[in-house]
Design a protein around this ligand. Structure first.
Ligand SMILES: NC(=O)c1ccc[n+]([C@@H]2O[C@H](COP(=O)([O-])OP(=O)(O)OC[C@H]3O[C@@H](n4cnc5c(N)ncnc54)[C@H](OP(=O)(O)O)[C@@H]3O)[C@@H](O)[C@H]2O)c1
Length: 309
């Protein structure tokens, strides 16, 4: 809880009577990601091979180009082998499935990541491609076999962003056991698997979404809020219980008030939430870096399993 004093404060239209507000602790991703990567590196030393991450991208959407090249570069920086297949946006489904099959059978490839989403114009089915990846090499953790293992509490590769959120909270000593966690967003990529991981960690979980009638009242019940929506600044200070922990997964590009041509990246959580929350992850520099670190960690885990260590 923030320290309370009698002078009051106005936050995003909501008066918090009698509260002197202290800014939230910043849950910076870099130190937590460095710790995860150090663990990955230690595991790599014990492997009989150098793990290899192969990234596949369809089309040339600027954000996807940036993310895929960055993931391949980070793998190399960690001392892994890496490959990047940059396919044209009109590539056929057969060609993509053949590529995935060849990567599945290549003993030098430890992990395969197919960058999502595919371009809107692409005729390639995301579901078919994800289903074609060998679950043992599915370092994005999105194959239904890995989804099933997550919910059945069996070992498997975990989706990178939800696992990254759990690692971020653990790094800062934030235990979720017995806490009420409200996750806003129910995607296959973030919200739903995160709910599974939070349950595993003994949290009481609520998932809110676009059909939740009173989002503010739901979020206000939370000890821990995770916003994974894709709506800039949807979560305002008035929606957050003073002292709650807030994790912002959202990445939204908005016009830059300083006139920058590429716009500015903001999260789903309004910055003023820092004045009511006890801890808040920044955007950029929070969950995003954890996601990439978790991908590399998963690649090492996949290599370990393939070599039965
Ligand atoms: N930091 C990272 O590494 C990372 C990784 C992945 C994604 N992201 C970011 O996280 C955000 C979410 O990604 P995603 O892939 O999960 O998005 P998504 O598939 O579009 O899902 C968005 C979810 O938010 C819900 N939603 C939309 N508007 C809402 C509203 N007004 N109130 C309550 N719920 C609402 C949707 O509800 P319905 O289901 O009812 O439509 C849906 O469940 C995006 O900004 C994305 O860029 C970041």
């Amino acid at each position: 809880m923030p320290d309370l004093s009698p002078d009051g404060a106005r936050i995003d239209g909501a008066r918090i009577d009698g509260a002197r507000i202290e800014a939230a602790r910043v849950l910076a991703g870099e130190p937590a990601a460095a710790a995860l990567l150090a663990q990955a590196q230690a595991k790599m030393q014990a492997l009989p091979i150098v793990p290899k991450l192969v990234v596949v991208r369809i089309g040339d959407d600027p954000a996807s180009v940036y993310y895929t090249r960055m993931k391949a570069r980070r793998a190399k920086k960690l001392g892994m082998a890496s490959g990047l297949h940059e396919l044209p946006s009109d590539v056929s489904e057969t060609a993509v499935l053949e590529l995935v099959a060849s990567l599945n059978h290549d003993p030098l490839v430890s992990g395969i990541l197919v960058q999502l989403p595919f371009p809107k114009t692409s005729a390639v089915s995301q579901a078919k491609v994800l289903a074609a990846i060998d679950p043992a090499k599915d370092v994005d953790g999105l194959h239904v076999a890995n989804t099933g293992r997550l919910w059945a509490d069996e070992p498997g590769l975990l989706p990178c962003t939800p696992a990254g959120v759990m690692a971020l909270l653990a790094h800062y000593g934030i235990a979720v056991a017995g806490q009420h966690v409200v996750i806003v967003g129910r995607s296959h990529l973030v919200g739903k698997p995160l709910a599974g991981l939070m349950l595993r960690a003994n949290a009481t979980v609520t998932i809110a979404h676009s059909r939740t009638p009173d989002l503010a009242a739901t979020v206000r019940q939370a000890d821990v809020v995770v916003a994974a929506v894709g709506r800039p600044w949807l979560i305002t200070a008035a929606m957050v219980r003073p002292g709650a922990v807030v994790v912002d997964v959202g990445i939204n590009r908005v016009p830059d008030p300083d006139g920058g041509e590429d716009g500015k990246l903001v999260g789903d959580v309004h910055p003023e939430v820092a004045m009511v929350a006890s801890a808040l992850s920044p955007v950029p520099g929070g969950v995003g870096v954890m996601t990439v670190a978790q991908l590399l960690y998963n690649t090492v885990l996949a290599a370990e399993q393939q070599h039965q260590l």
